[in-house]
Design a protein around this ligand. Structure first.
Ligand SMILES: C[S@@+](CC[C@H](N)C(=O)[O-])C[C@H]1O[C@@H](n2cnc3c(N)ncnc32)[C@H](O)[C@@H]1O
Length: 277
């Protein structure tokens, strides 16, 4: 790795502190705005990583990220926390399979019913493929489409392959897994062509996303907003709510909540599910 040793630059003077200046430079390199994320944990994470890379300071490291693609990859691995798995939080999938999906199909305005879902912050696609497998069982006659979006282009590329490790499948129900994923000799699981037809993946920044009002029946946004500042998170929940049709559902992570859901036109359905009024 080469570490640039340029003198203090204008960004530092303008931004007032080194961390802010680093975030501004990083945004220019790859478009991700780290200032929207909770500063305490993000700054600690970044500083401890940069300390292991031999850079003089954050600004020197920002210059390195601009010129060294491999280093940028390493840094992205550090800041975008991509942890996921198939059937993550199984109790949420039970609720989706038993009550939410059947209700969405029944209340859909057209026949055959259409269910349009969005996995917002999809990482490498485990959530989208799990939803696809569950939908095939719960609402087999519905036309289901699932869009997965993530800020990290590398995760989006991985999601498109539909291949998951044995570790990813550790909590998946054995019979359902086997009927929708083919085991490979190396222990990995390959999503069936049928599941792949239901999902599509795009790179996208949730903080800039402005989906058409009422364009989804179901939005899953789990384990992604925990990294955002509270006001950024609340504004995002508002935009996700606006993207739902009346009667649509927003599902958040098992330990997450929407703050003041009524102001976004949402009513709590169960601890992690909100219904668009
Ligand atoms: C912990 S993973 C959650 C994956 C999945 N939703 C789950 O619960 O298993 C969080 C994902 O959010 C993505 N992410 C972070 N900031 C984002 C943003 N501004 N826009 C879109 N995705 C973002 C990260 O790249 C990461 O893949």
């Amino acid at each position: 790795m080469s570490v640039a040793t340029t003198p203090r630059n204008e960004a530092r003077r303008d931004a007032g502190d080194e961390y802010e200046a680093f975030c501004l430079l990083f945004r220019r390199v790859c478009g991700i705005d780290l200032l929207q994320y909770k500063r305490g944990q993000m700054e600690r994470r970044i500083r401890s990583f940069v300390a292991t890379r031999g850079a003089r300071d954050l600004l020197a490291y920002a210059a390195t990220l601009k010129s060294d693609k491999a280093e940028l990859e390493r840094f992205l691995d550090r800041v975008t926390i991509n942890v996921s798995q198939l059937w993550r939080n199984p109790e949420q999938w039970e609720t989706l399979e038993e009550t939410i999906l059947p209700d969405l199909a029944e209340t859909a305005p057209t026949r055959p019913s259409r269910v349009r879902a969005w996995s917002a912050g999809c990482s490498y696609g485990a959530e989208a493929y799990t939803l696809a497998a569950i939908a095939r069982r719960a609402i087999p006659r519905s036309l289901v489409t699932i869009l997965g979006t993530d800020i990290d282009a590398r995760m989006v590329a991985r999601a498109r392959t539909g291949i998951f490790s044995a570790e990813d499948a550790r909590d998946a129900p054995t019979a359902t897994l086997a009927s929708h994923f083919a085991p490979a000799a190396d222990g990995r699981w390959h999503a069936s062509a049928e599941l792949k037809r239901l999902v599509r993946f795009e790179q996208g920044d949730l903080l800039r996303a402005a989906p058409e009002a009422g364009s989804f029946d179901l939005v899953l946004c789990r384990n992604t907003v925990i990294y955002f500042n509270e006001d950024v998170r609340d504004a995002l929940h508002g935009r996700l709510a606006a993207s739902l049709r009346a009667g649509g559902r927003l599902v958040v992570g098992a330990t997450e909540r929407v703050s003041e859901p009524a102001r976004h036109g949402l009513a709590p359905d169960s601890p992690f599910v909100y219904r668009k009024i």
